[in-house]
Design a protein around this ligand. Structure first.
Ligand code: AHR
Length: 331
């Protein structure tokens, strides 16, 4: 992460609208329907998770609401597809490019091309790792290190109950997000930072589930075969945690009881599992970035100053808190 100064803008701003989700690394109008003054090219990561679907809907609905012409592409979690989409937006001379980089590194060349074409770029959701901060105008999204810290702190604060087999050590298996992605790197860092305060908590295995349910299930199946005495799963998103639940149940154990589960996101499926006691704690990551993105797009295309970092405001939920908010959860 290269940007530091920031402002916090409250999340939960927009209701989700209808969406036509493109796939196959394809580009399209993405259902914005608007013929506004501003044309935005948006290069989405993919459709890997419930969080991502909610994020896409938020961007598409907010573009329509703001009268922004949205060109939307789904990169299917492949950096080369995102780079192709950005190059196509440059060729089409859009007014602004927004994208959520699938991985942190490898963006300088294409971002320099956008800069030479005088097209401003907004990073949304995920950051790039580049020394040249002039390549983008602002970064809107969560603080993933803080998210990992919240998860780790909960494990430390509840060490007694998290030591499921009461043998004096808490064996954690970690299902990480997409390798090289900002949330995977930062959530690991934040979690490790907090659990280092308690030497009885150890990560005994760590493997990527690529932020998908299927990935989480497969990784958990492998952990159950290779690891003894697992007390807790730390999954970098709800979908991976939901996949882990399937694997734990298939192995004849009770998720949330025999093996504790902590995840990040707080999408409806995750919150439902939390309220049922199958997940024990969820750190929120807010996907409803569309309205803030459109506000920033209007400002940068008008040549106005914007903060270099806009951090999304988020919370975390235990079982009781999940029960209270579940009915009103939008996504
Ligand atoms: O970048 C945000 C992360 O990407 C979300 O936590 C995850 O669900 C998504 O795929």
């Amino acid at each position: 992460m290269t940007v530091t100064a920031g402002v916090v803008i409250a999340g939960g701003l927009a209701a989700c609208g209808s969406s036509s989700s493109d796939s196959g690394g394809s580009s399209g109008s993405g259902g914005s329907g608007g013929s506004g003054d501003i044309t935005m090219g948006f290069a989405q990561v993919g459709a890997e998770s419930g969080w991502r679907t909610a994020n896409t809907k938020s961007v598409q609905a907010a573009a329509k609401e703001a009268g922004v012409d949205l060109k939307f592409s789904d990169a299917q979690q492949k950096q080369e597809n995102q780079i192709k989409a950005i190059r196509s937006y440059i060729q089409q001379k859009v007014d602004v490019i927004a994208f959520s980089p699938v991985v942190e590194t490898g963006w300088d060349t294409v971002l320099q091309e956008a800069k030479r074409a005088k097209i401003p770029v907004i990073l949304t959701d995920r950051a790039v790792d580049s020394d040249d901060t002039s390549l983008y105008k602002t970064f809107l999204g969560s603080d993933f290190v803080v998210e990992g810290q919240k998860a780790g702190q909960w494990v430390v604060d509840n060490a007694d109950t998290n030591d499921v087999d009461k043998n004096g050590s808490i064996n954690v298996v970690e299902i990480t997000g997409t390798t090289g992605a900002a949330p995977a790197i930062d959530r690991k860092e934040g979690f490790e930072d907090k659990i280092s305060a308690d030497p009885s908590i150890k990560i005994i295995a760590s493997q990527t589930g690529d932020f998908t349910r299927d990935g989480g299930k497969k990784v958990m199946e492998a952990f159950l075969k290779s690891q003894k005495d697992i007390d807790l799963v730390y999954a970098h998103n709800d979908d991976e945690g939901l996949g882990a639940i399937e694997a734990i149940e298939a192995a004849g154990m009770k998720p949330g009881v025999d093996i504790k589960i902590v995840t990040v996101d707080a999408v409806k499926d995750g919150m439902t599992a939390l309220s049922e006691g199958k997940i024990n704690y969820i750190v929120e990551c807010n996907p409803l970035l569309g309205p803030q993105l459109m506000e920033l797009a209007k400002k940068v295309t008008a040549g106005e100053d914007v903060p270099e970092r806009v951090v999304t405001k988020e919370t975390a939920f235990d079982q009781e808190q999940a029960k209270q908010v579940l009915a009103d959860r939008q996504y």
